[in-house]
Design a protein around this ligand. Structure first.
Ligand SMILES: [Cu+2]
Length: 358
């Protein structure tokens, strides 16, 4: 399957795919108008109200693809927090954000930040330390002389250095708005919008599989949670791996959720020979959620992308099968099938228009 007429980098493709799915998720959030909880994303827009104004919070990672491997290579991602009136697309001014960041229940950051233009950017500087008591230190910006709140300055961005984004998986952001319109007028407690968001860092695993006596290096990036029990069944030509997953249907129903696994396999060999792949989760065929990016002659990048509605269907079956209690999403990938998710072969131009429509 030829995905795009133009030659693009894999990063761009992945980002575009994310944009398609996240656009769909944003649309559903806008329709049901609830302040949402989410996981499995690299950006999110959450809705709330502030008096008679709509107050949406955009939380966005830049670049869109952040993995344990790109971070180890020195990438310093930025997290953007932008509070805006979604009726007018105007940012609120003089916004004070109280931001809590947690990973697996451990608090990594709990601080107030101010941005006069409402568009706060915090650069993350992950620091690997063996100390269990490691905390995040902040630099850059300017201290407000009256309140001591760190304020973003154009030329001097705020940098958070500490044990942030060291591991892949979900990072939980809790954001409370303390001021808008004015630096020193705090919102009354019961009028402070609170947003709950989960952003995802890809967890990269490099593995070897043996096909016809040849060692082949495989890379798997999981954007939802850390993988385990990676294996290769030579007889069935099947890559297997597991991921922790809570199959509770009402949990999935109540969240903006998206599972994305990315498997890179060098060409050519018996695994890539067919050019398309059968994907299964807990034995259930999900080949329609498998999309092969074959734009690189050296390697296939196999994306398994399961949006919320498909996750709900899967969870229904997994619960009926009695497999839910394992708390695992068990993936298999093998050559075969007709290849490609329907609708994934759209031209780059329509992806671009979807991107700019956000
Ligand atoms: Cu201000």
């Amino acid at each position: 399957m030829v995905l795009f007429a133009t030659t693009t980098t894999i990063t761009v493709i992945v980002a575009a795919i994310f944009i398609i799915f996240t656009s769909a998720i944003f649309a559903s959030i806008a329709i049901i108008k609830q302040s949402a909880f989410a996981d499995g994303l690299t950006q999110e827009q959450l809705s709330a109200s502030l008096g008679n104004r709509k107050a949406d919070l955009l939380i966005k990672m830049n670049p869109a693809v952040v993995t344990t491997e790109t971070l180890e290579q020195g990438q310093k991602p930025t997290i953007e927090f932008r509070l805006f009136d979604s009726n007018t697309n105007q940012s609120f001014s003089h916004v004070t954000y109280y931001i809590i960041l947690e990973k697996d229940g451990k608090r990594l950051l709990s601080n107030m930040f101010h941005d006069h233009n409402g568009d706060l950017k915090i650069q993350v500087n992950p620091i690997n330390t063996t100390s269990k008591a490691a905390t995040t230190s902040l630099s850059g910006g300017e201290q407000d002389p009256l309140l001591g709140i760190l304020t973003a300055a154009q030329a001097d961005p705020i940098i958070a250095s500490g044990p942030i984004f060291l591991r892949g998986g979900l990072y939980h952001f809790i954001v409370r708005i303390e001021t808008v319109d004015s630096d020193y007028t705090l919102l009354p407690d019961n009028q402070e919008p609170i947003y709950d968001s989960w952003l995802s860092i890809g967890n990269t695993e490099n593995m070897q599989i043996s096909i016809d006596g040849k060692q082949i290096p495989i890379k798997i990036i999981s954007y939802y949670d850390k993988l385990s029990d990676f294996g290769f069944d030579n007889k069935n030509m099947q890559i297997l791996f597991d991921m922790p997953f809570n199959w509770n249907v009402s949990r999935i129903n109540n969240t903006s959720i998206f599972v994305h696994e990315e498997v890179t396999v060098p060409k050519a060999n018996a695994f890539t020979a067919k050019g398309s792949f059968i994907g299964k989760v807990n034995g259930i065929d999900i080949s329609k959620n498998v999309m092969v990016d074959n734009t690189n002659p050296e390697k296939d990048v196999i994306h398994v992308m399961i949006p919320k509605n498909n996750l709900i269907q899967l969870a229904d079956q997994v619960n009926k099968n009695g497999q839910a209690s394992t708390g695992l999403m068990k993936f298999t990938l093998q050559p075969g099938g007709t290849g490609g998710a329907a609708g994934m072969s759209m031209p780059m131009s329509s992806m671009g228009s979807m991107a700019s429509g956000m």
